[in-house]
Design a protein around this ligand. Sequence first.
Ligand SMILES: *Cc1c(COP(=O)(O)O)cnc(C)c1O
Length: 385
Amino acid sequence: MNSPSPLYFDYAATTPVDDRVIEMMLTCLGRHSEFGNPASSGHAYGSAARARVEQARHQVASRIKAAAEQIVWTSGATESNNLALKGIAEAFAQPGHLLTSALEHKAVLDTAAQLEQRGWTVTRLLPDADGLVQPETVRAALRADTRLVSLMAVNNELGTLTDFAAIGELVRAHGALLHVDAAQAVGKLEIDLGRQAVDLMSFSAHKVYGPKGIGALYVGPRAQALLRAQMHGGGHERGMRSGTLASHQIVGMGYAFELSGEPGDTEHRRLQQLSQRLHEGLLALPGTAVNGSIRQRVPHTLNLRIAAAGFNPGALSTELALSSTSACNSASNAASHVLLALGLDEQAARSSVRISLGRYSSEAEVDAAITVFARVIGAASKALW
Ligand SMILES: *Cc1c(COP(=O)(O)O)cnc(C)c1O
């Protein structure tokens, strides 16, 4: 990377691994460490590794108030979403109806499209003007053959919240299952699967200061009997996901979840203040507006629309690392499907940026970002005169 490095404002795309997590992971790697295969039941190396994996399973489970046996390790939230949707779909002899939203991550949308190929009917709900999928909208779209509803807890582009607990109640009353993609939710809002009516929930470590390539799927009691494995070979994870457990990744994820904090704690309040500062500074600039609800969202993520004609988000990139469309869409360079679903036109979607804060964001960085925005927006408007 060229120096000086741009300031990092893309925590919603990924987070650096916390130093404490790195140290923990190292204890599962080297020859003097607990490197064994957790499935090697015949010797001490295996049982030591097994114990570490089970400890991590408890750490993840207790973070979301679930039981350890309800956690299935995967390679990340993408795989968890695939396992949840395809794994439930395959339990039914006849294709049914899947209810989701147009705001979901591609890992849900592309999987839903696969199920469509298999004869499933998919409804992609549009959000209201604030980018919210309301429980009433979900209720109205439930059909007699709705088997599964899949909605995200926190939108990765907007930071907006879905009231998944309320939706869970009505989905359950209807007799369908609810899957929630919670990749952006851990440490940011209350997850209590003992109380919330969620049947399947996807997690990823690298959004929470853990390593990439590891995630989990919570499988609740109603989903347990239905879920069909998508990866076969050895029957690991009680048959739900085969493959040698990536013990160092798993241990990293467990610890990262334990360290992830919760709403109301000091770190959350610090981020709220930073977010407030960022918000006020940016909205004071000419032609700026927030995409998505200002009230029903996490403080970490702000999606800003910049109406200054001639503004090009690319002009920010030498100084600020942020996202002008979600990282997964950037590969195709398409305008954000989330912003389009929100009703923005192509031009407005392309002049929007996502700024996301995290554990290592500081007030000085926020102030520097506001200064860069002010300069780039100012230059864009001047160029027109
Ligand atoms: C990052 C993300 C994913 C994908 O997670 P991976 O672990 O990178 O596969 C899925 N859903 C949401 C909402 C995300 O933010």
